[in-house]
Design a protein around this ligand. Structure first.
Ligand SMILES: C[S@@+](CC[C@H](N)C(=O)[O-])C[C@H]1O[C@@H](n2cnc3c(N)ncnc32)[C@H](O)[C@@H]1O
Length: 297
């Protein structure tokens, strides 16, 4: 049995503190979907502008640049551990930049996953490029793949079309970068916006689904999952970020904050009239992860 760093009172949000490479092999459970935002290996002393000031963009020790061979070995290892944790009809989403995303795509194919789409997240408000020697970096990529070549996956086509105003949703998503209201519990250096995760979760899972994030950071995946009536297990190595995750989840225990955050996410607002239920009101659902100890910290 594993001890959770934090479990929400309804057991829909579960966080393990530790190394994903050590923890993943210690339990046997199949998830409906995995979202992973692994290290990009781009922290090598670069600079950018934030609030008018030149700042170093290094994210931390966990993101230090590595050789291409080391990046490939890292990606093969975690993607292979994650494949073991997916249901046969499950899907995985991996976000990245050009620094790691081509390696991720190659590793996915090598391991037998089938790539379904490569989403381009076009940020509507990117920071300027201060060197003036390149185009402004305004995109990130998110690969969507299924576990098996021949086992069908779940895609909520109708809902995506509805959100897109009645026409097919394309693989280019114009969404803003993270907003100030998402940073109330202090900011993770690479925190993803809830709006991006909400779309991913709505597109590829049904209410009640179990979602795994092996590089949880501040658990944006878990917060979006719970705002949408899905369940979450995250793994994070840095205590500082696990503490942010816990604070973020405690924040939405308050029903008013929970409702306010849902209202701030456009895709959730557009789904209200169709399928999405308020998970926190569903006291009938109490499913626990069987490999987690019962006593909360
Ligand atoms: C790109 S960030 C994820 C940010 C997250 N998507 C969010 O919105 O907050 C990657 C995270 O993976 C964590 N990490 C890196 N290597 C890890 C490992 N081997 N095991 C567990 N966590 C790891 C880092 O500490 C970092 O918080």
């Amino acid at each position: 049995m594993l001890k959770a760093y934090y479990k929400s009172p309804d057991h829909a949000f579960n966080l393990l503190h530790g190394d994903t490479f050590e923890l993943l092999p210690q339990f046997n459970y199949k998830f409906d979907m995995i979202f992973a935002d692994p290290p990009y290996f781009l922290s090598s002393g670069g600079i950018s502008v934030q609030s008018g000031k030149v700042v170093c963009v290094d994210k931390g020790e966990w993101d230090k640049s590595m050789s291409q061979d080391e990046i490939n070995a890292f990606n093969i290892k975690w993607l292979s551990l994650c494949r073991e944790k997916l249901k046969d009809n499950g899907t995985i989403w991996i976000s990245g930049t050009y620094h790691n995303i081509f390696s991720v795509a190659n590793c996915l194919t090598q391991l037998g996953y089938k790539i379904l789409n490569v989403i381009t997240w076009a940020k509507t408000n990117p920071p300027p490029n201060i060197s003036c020697r390149y185009f402004t970096y305004s995109t990130e990529f998110i690969i969507w793949a299924r576990k098996k070549e021949k086992v069908a996956h779940y895609y909520n086509y109708d809902l995506m079309k509805h959100i897109n105003g009645g026409t097919q949703m394309t693989d280019v998503w114009r969404l803003p970068a993270i907003a100030p209201w998402e940073k109330k519990c202090t900011k993770h250096p690479t925190q993803k916006p809830l709006g991006l995760l909400a779309r991913i979760i709505l597109a590829s899972t049904e209410a009640g689904a179990w979602i795994l994030d092996p590089f949880a950071g501040s658990s944006t995946t878990g917060i979006a999952a719970n705002l949408l009536g899905r369940r979450f297990l995250g793994i994070e190595r840095e205590e500082e970020f696990a503490a942010i995750s816990k604070a973020r989840r405690e924040e939405i225990e308050d029903a008013k904050t929970y409702a306010t955050y849902r209202r701030k996410i456009p895709d959730i607002m557009k789904t209200e009239d169709t399928q999405t239920e308020c998970f926190m009101c569903r006291e009938d659902i109490e499913v626990r992860l069987p490999f987690l100890e019962d006593d909360d910290i």
